[in-house]
Design a protein around this ligand. Structure first.
Ligand code: FAD
Ligand code: SF4
Length: 525
């Protein structure tokens, strides 16, 4: 219906245009400077293309959520008085490539100029720049202004340094934006980091806050994807789901998060539970990454909640660290190291992903929940991504490139600039330790401490050997034994290697054999 409305309006207003402006599916910010005044000589172009549905195999909900938000955005622009050309996936004129469509539209509108906002992915950036260089019309790339830092800033801050520590960057951001700083220029509360306070398991109380995201029926777009033969995975029944369609809805989600979840965000930031998919996380990554919300407004709202006495400092600092720290930092890593960052495989891991990454049919209850939730909702929270799925993949030596494609496809918030450094760098340490000072791995003890997954699991979290032993345990010791050359001298792993030394001999051999059996039998774990 939305697409039809846009089409009708477009036909009414069809005619020549001086300038075309491309709006990508993750540039849905109605407050951007472009949209502040309407100009009949400018046509805004949005397009649904196979190039974007097919560059990796996606979760159906991810494609649907982005298309639905793009359609809504096109309607908003039209209501604001702008001219819009919306090329739907099944539009007969659609050439299914962004640049081929642009070429055809330039001809159609007899346009003299094309403008686009800097894309956030290297893939699109290169495609547009290469194509534009060969065009006769005037082409111009403009800054999207969607982030707190410029593309190259992280590289500048770290130039000449061997290790690019997030903490160093984060403090820089806190000072620069005066975020949680006291009047004397010191960090609020006398500390930069309250992580130590943010590691509690969740006992089930206080209850998980209600989900404020509006429910949308996306059956029409799902039918379109099927009709066009777009290959996808994930729960096909879920044509009704809750990602915000526009800035107005995203702002309501932000309000609800600040009001109901932020006060507990810190305490349970690292917790996992089979009874709650979301706990006290914000679920704002989709809205942030498609630019419905700006990172600055989100962190300022969190800071206001602290200043107004509504949320404790540890929770607010923890939340601001994720957005002003991690999110900007990984983007900087991406731009500093692309192209080529995606090719790293420092630990030479090559084992293919087992089939249950697409079915969740595994007896490991933690993986069943984390993978199952990802397939069902296109979302999992950070600790599920890092300390369950990523942890298992690293311990088992799964191919980091295959894993990267899985993460990029499955999560609704996955765009390469943020997903790749998190998966390949932080989680799989395939970049040789640029981001992570030590590998993010654990045995079952950590998962048992931070979740209720182990209770009721087919495996015993306390056992290291035997058919009932939790696979994480033997895999954990095998991982450090097989990578002693890389990690043996890492000061942060001294205790692990001292313990490993004590286990030398039959004990370690038995563990390594148990681990080898698990890897040989991945599909049936
Ligand atoms: P909250 O826990 O409420 O955090 C608030 C916000 O902080 C998030 O919305 C996000 O914008 C930001 N944030 C938190 N952690 C990170 C981080 N490590 N890097 C960048 N931003 C962060 N995030 C994505 O947005 N897209 C991805 O594709 C993605 N892939 C990931 C892959 C792996 C292996 C790991 C370990 C993490 C990944 N993350 C990714 C980071 C994080 O897991 C998600 O941002 C978060 O789970 C989104 O849910 P939320 O909005 O409820 O987050
Ligand atoms: Fe996961 Fe092992 Fe715990 Fe089972 S026992 S839930 S496999 S950590």
């Amino acid at each position: 219906e939305q697409a039809e409305q846009v089409e009708q309006a477009e036909q009414v207003m069809a005619g020549r245009a001086q300038t075309l402006r491309l709006v990508l599916g993750d540039q849905l910010n109605p407050e951007y400077k472009w949209f502040q005044t309407a100009d009949a000589g400018i046509v805004y172009v949005l397009m649904e293309v196979r190039q974007e549905t097919d560059y990796v195999r996606h979760h159906a909900q991810k494609i649907i959520a982005i298309f639905a938000a793009m359609r809504d955005f096109a309607c908003q622009l039209r209501e604001m008085g702008h001219r819009v050309r919306y090329v739907a996936l099944d539009d007969p004129s659609n050439r299914q490539s962004i640049t081929e469509n642009l070429a055809a539209l330039i001809q159609h509108y007899e346009a003299q100029a094309l403008e686009w906002q800097s894309p956030d992915e290297w893939r699109l950036d290169t495609q547009l720049r290469t194509w534009a260089a060969a065009q006769l019309v005037t082409t111009q790339e403009v800054d999207s202004g969607h982030f707190l830092t410029g593309r190259d800033e992280v590289a500048r801050i770290f130039s000449g340094r061997k290790q690019w520590l997030m903490e160093h960057f984060y403090r820089n951001m806190r000072r620069r934006y005066a975020l949680l700083m006291d009047s004397g220029g010191k960090p609020e509360g006398g500390q930069w980091n309250f992580d130590a306070d943010n590691r509690k398991p969740w006992p089930g109380d206080p209850p998980e806050p209600p989900d404020a995201r509006p429910l949308h029926d996306h059956r029409a777009i799902w039918e379109l994807l099927q009709r066009c033969g777009v290959d996808s995975f994930g729960d096909p029944q879920a044509t009704q789901f809750r990602w915000p369609l526009n800035r107005r809805e995203a702002l309501l989600c932000l309000d609800a998060f600040i009001e109901k979840a932020l006060p507990q965000f810190g305490d349970f930031e690292d917790a996992m539970s089979s009874k709650s998919q979301r706990l006290f996380h914000s679920l704002l990554s989709f809205a942030l990454n498609v630019k419905m919300l700006s990172p600055l407004e989100v962190v300022r709202r969190a800071e206001d909640a602290y200043r107004g006495g509504h949320a404790p400092l540890a929770a607010v600092e923890g939340f601001i660290r994720q957005i002003a720290g991690w999110r900007e930092y990984v983007r900087g890593i991406y731009w500093a190291h692309m192209p080529g960052y995606d090719a790293h495989n420092a630990l030479s891991h090559t084992t293919p992903l087992p089939p249950w990454f697409w079915s969740a049919e595994t007896r490991m209850r933690c993986m069943q929940h984390a993978v199952g939730q990802s397939l069902q909702t296109a979302h999992a929270h950070h600790i599920q991504r890092l300390m369950v799925i990523g942890n298992f993949a690293l311990l088992a030596g799964l191919d980091p490139h295959a894993l990267h494609r899985w993460y990029l496809g499955v999560y609704v918030d996955a765009f390469e600039w943020v997903e790749l450094p998190n998966t390949l760098g932080m989680s799989q340490r395939a970049d040789g330790g640029l981001i992570a000072t030590k590998p993010y791995v654990s045995s079952a003890a950590y998962i048992n401490r931070m979740s209720d997954y182990c209770k009721g699991c087919a495996y015993d979290h306390k056992q290291k050997l035997g058919a009932d032993a939790c696979p994480f345990n033997a895999l954990y010791w095998d991982f450090f034994a097989r990578h002693e050359a890389e990690f043996g001298k890492n000061a942060r792993l001294g205790m692990v290697y001292r313990q490993l030394k004590k286990m030398q001999g039959p004990q370690l051999e038995a563990l390594r054999e148990q681990a080898a059996t698990a890897v040989a039998n991945l599909a049936n774990l």
